[in-house]
Design a protein around this ligand. Structure first.
Ligand code: MEV
Length: 322
């Protein structure tokens, strides 16, 4: 038994990037996402009013926070968020917020839960806020390491299944070695809900969009196999192809295309990551410093990240039961 009485409960979650398959995964196609060594930390304590980082806020002023608090029958609390992830940069700040807030709430109430509960409840919150979503980001922020969605069963360890709107997502843990990637942030905020909605409308109006989504699914499956064989050349080519298909789907932008094209000179491959429309791109490269320089030269903000990191973690408070 734990004999410490906690007043504040702190949990953290890693950010993530999508290696391949974003947007198509919303329609049940495969995807692969990797957790990164940048985290978001959430501290919660009981309070008579609702405060965020020391200021009083209305319950509906942050849609992710309000969705999670309401689902846990909480109207007031003192919440502090510290983050190494820029919101809207495509690196999973909302997934990390939902999963760490949920974990800190469960820790505060001493509730029995497991990682699947966190992944599933955080997915519900993202789905509600965004109107449509896949469980990729929230699962990756919860379990850490690398996750593959709807991949061949022999390539990963089964974690859990989510179903919604006629789509089913089987989530697997994939053991990947520690790798480094270069991120290029455009400085342009990426609005996941509106980009997901843009793709929905395009898909409803034009069968070409459905073909693009199918093709993203096919090459992502190849990408998961290439990653499992550590075939970086093939993986890089598939990533660049994935970028071109996402561009055709209408979710890239001038800034992203510029950073992707420039990075390719020193990379196996490069693509936008996450919802696009701004946010970030990723490059798979052995020449990180050259790619960072080139991203800088083309107006982006470079960041070198490494993978193979832990998922949700209790920083202080009641430990994760299992
Ligand atoms: C956003 O990081 C990834 C999208 O595929 C949306 C989702 O999967 O929920 C664009």
């Amino acid at each position: 038994m734990n004999d410490i009485t906690y007043k504040k409960f702190t949990a953290s979650s890693p950010g993530k990037f999508i290696l391949m398959g974003e947007h198509a995964v919303v329609y049940g196609k495969p995807a692969v996402a990797l957790a990164i060594n940048k985290r978001l930390t959430c501290t919660i304590g009981k309070s008579a009013e609702l405060t965020l980082n020391g200021s009083r806020i209305a319950l509906d002023s942050n849609s992710y926070v309000s969705s999670i608090l309401s689902a846990n029958n909480l109207a007031t609390a003192s919440i502090t968020i510290k983050s190494e992830l820029i919101p809207g940069s495509g690196l999973g700040s909302s997934g990390a917020l939902c999963t760490s807030l949920l974990t800190s709430i469960k820790s505060m109430f001493g509730k029995s839960y497991n990682k699947k509960d966190i992944a599933s409840e955080a997915f519900e919150a993202e789905y509600k806020v965004q109107g449509r979503a896949s469980p990729t980001d929230t699962s990756c922020c919860t379990f850490g390491n690398g996750i593959a969605v709807n991949c061949p069963k022999n390539l990963g360890k089964y974690l859990w299944t989510a179903s919604k709107n006629g789509n089913t997502w089987d989530i697997f843990d994939i053991s990947i070695p520690k790798m480094t990637f270069v991120i290029g942030y455009t400085g342009v905020e990426s609005l996941t809900a509106s980009l997901v909605d843009k793709v929905r409308k395009y898909r409803e109006q034009n069968s070409f969009a459905e073909n693009l989504i199918d093709e993203i699914g096919n090459i992502t499956m190849d990408g998961i196999r290439a990653l499992s064989k550590n075939d970086l050349e093939h993986l890089g080519r598939l990533m660049t192809q994935n970028h071109n298909l996402l561009s055709a789907l209408g979710v890239s932008c001038r800034e992203l295309d510029k950073l992707v094209d420039a990075s390719l000179v020193h990379s196996y491959g490069a693509k936008l990551t996450g919802s696009g429309g701004g946010g970030s791109m990723i490059a798979l490269t052995d020449e990180s410093s050259k790619v960072c320089q080139i991203i800088n030269l083309h107006g982006g903000i470079p960041l070198v990240v490494s993978t193979s990191v832990e998922g949700i973690r209790i920083e202080s408070g009641n430990p994760i039961p299992n």
